[in-house]
Design a protein around this ligand. Structure first.
Ligand code: 13P
Length: 267
């Protein structure tokens, strides 16, 4: 079976005092054992050493982003090499806030001269795929995020969008052992508008079918597909009961004591 996975994405939040308080709450929480649930919290980069020094040993840390290739003269970026050096095992890649607000979707364009015309070929999502491939090559484990906007859902293109985002990753990697796929519908993030268990199950099951067809039966069976978007203590149980929902990526509620209740949904 696939071990339940719960990630807490703290996003761009927290002061030193608040971080200490959250970690203390997590450390005091009664949760199922590591055989039942894998728990990862993702503080802003600068708090990672503090969190690592205080956090209970059965929980692990993730970075919220990583540079796309080997580090060097890239002001403001953090490389996979730095994360490895700081013993940060996990990284979140392709979060919709990075894709949509920071422009990481991102299309790479090739301009090919053809007769006297310029032909534009757009390769969607290549940047995110490259990030995942490089992070894995350095030994990091990756939480790779996909998800449609409200506009895309209303246009009934949800499955095409998440398949294209997943393909951009699948095209660049061969080993899926260290990837968790996070389905996070953009319209459900930070809105309090959670996907219904049926909506989440539908997309998760389609993603698993996509992996089965395009990668392998083994990868489809083993890869954890987790849900993110307004998950809280109250709705997590019913979502967790869906056969293809293998855990959660939690934003707002991961900063609160109810994160412990969400972890308990693993049981
Ligand atoms: P919320 O749980 O705040 O909706 O955020 C979800 C998310 O983006 C996790 O990565």
């Amino acid at each position: 079976g696939r071990k339940f996975f719960v990630g807490g994405n703290w996003k761009c939040n927290g002061t030193t005092e608040e971080v200490k308080k959250i970690v203390n709450t997590l450390n005091d929480g009664q949760v199922p054992s590591q055989d039942v649930v894998e728990v990862v919290v993702s503080p802003p980069y600068v708090f990672i050493p503090l969190v690592k020094s205080l956090l209970r040993p059965d929980f692990h840390v993730a970075a919220q982003n990583v540079w796309v290739k080997k580090g060097g003269a890239y002001t403001g970026e953090i490389s996979a090499e730095i994360l490895v050096n700081l013993e940060v095992p996990w990284v979140i890649i392709g979060h919709s806030e990075r894709r949509l607000i920071l422009g990481e979707s991102n299309e790479v364009m090739f301009f090919l001269p053809y007769l006297s015309f310029w032909v534009v070929i757009i390769v969607p999502e290549k940047f995110v795929g490259d990030k995942v491939a490089y992070a894995l090559s350095q030994g990091l484990k990756v939480i790779a995020c996909v998800g449609e906007t409200l506009e895309q859902r209303e246009a009934r293109s949800t499955l095409d969008v998440v398949a294209a985002q997943t393909k951009a990753i699948a095209d660049r990697i061969s080993n899926w052992d260290d990837i968790v796929l996070a389905y996070e519908p953009v319209w459900a993030i930070g809105t309090g508008k959670v996907a219904t268990p049926a909506q989440a199950q539908e997309v998760h099951s389609e993603l698993r079918k996509w992996l089965h067809t395009n990668v392998s039966a083994d990868v489809a069976a083993k890869t954890r597909i987790i849900y993110g978007g307004s998950v809280n203590g109250a709705n997590s149980k019913e979502l967790a009961a869906q056969p293809d929902v293998d855990g959660f990526l939690v934003g707002g509620a991961s900063l609160k004591p109810e994160f412990i209740d969400i972890i308990k949904a693993a049981e």
